[in-house]
Design a protein around this ligand. Structure first.
Ligand code: X6L
Ligand code: MG
Ligand code: MG
Length: 155
């Protein structure tokens, strides 16, 4: 069984509903089991800053799938939730990124693990360290621009 951590973010439409639907889609997959889910954080946009605040979470998943297969599942969920790519780093209904996959290091054209920029993103690290504090030693985090917002209702 593989253990992976995913970062999910939304800043368009009903943000919390988007996160809940994405987690529901992961859980519905026959080869994916959803483990710990972080609290929901409201986060200032980074990269392209002239857009609405995000809601971000990190989810632990256990899967028999490979990292590449998991990436395809994430992209299918983005399509299902009508993600459109108009502005680079711009608003999105949902974004699912693979942060970690076991202790693996990999680099293909489509996927780099660990996620190459996770170390510098508070909106990733604060929720990750909430559910996986063992990573605190490798990934120190500051909480600037990240506020506790609520919790996922997984019904
Ligand atoms: C210089 C240049 C500094 C680029 C930062 C940072 C670019 C993050 C892209 C950067 C740079 C990103 C989210 C977001 C995005 C999200 C919040 C990205 C990709 N996704 N902001 N910005 N949450 N708060 O999920 O992460 S765009
Ligand atoms: Mg992202
Ligand atoms: Mg992405």
């Amino acid at each position: 069984m593989n253990v992976s951590y995913l970062s999910l973010g939304s800043n368009m439409g009903d943000r919390i509903a988007m996160l809940e639907r994405a987690v529901g889609q992961l859980a519905a997959h026959p080869e994916i089991e959803v483990g710990s889910i972080s609290s929901v954080y409201e986060t200032d946009p980074v990269g392209f800053t002239d857009q609405d605040a995000f809601l971000n979470i990190v989810v632990e998943v256990k899967t028999t799938q490979s990292a590449s297969d998991l990436l395809e599942v994430c992209q299918k969920i983005e399509q299902y939730l009508q993600r459109e790519r108009i502005i680079r780093w711009g608003p999105r209904t949902i974004d699912l990124d693979i942060l970690l996959f076991n202790q693996d290091n990999m680099e293909t054209e489509r996927l780099t693990i660990p996620h190459p920029r996770m170390h510098e993103r508070a909106f990733v690290l604060i929720p990750l360290l909430e559910i996986a504090p063992q990573f605190g030693a490798c990934f120190p985090a500051e909480d600037e621009g990240v506020r506790l917002w609520g919790t996922i209702n997984s019904d």
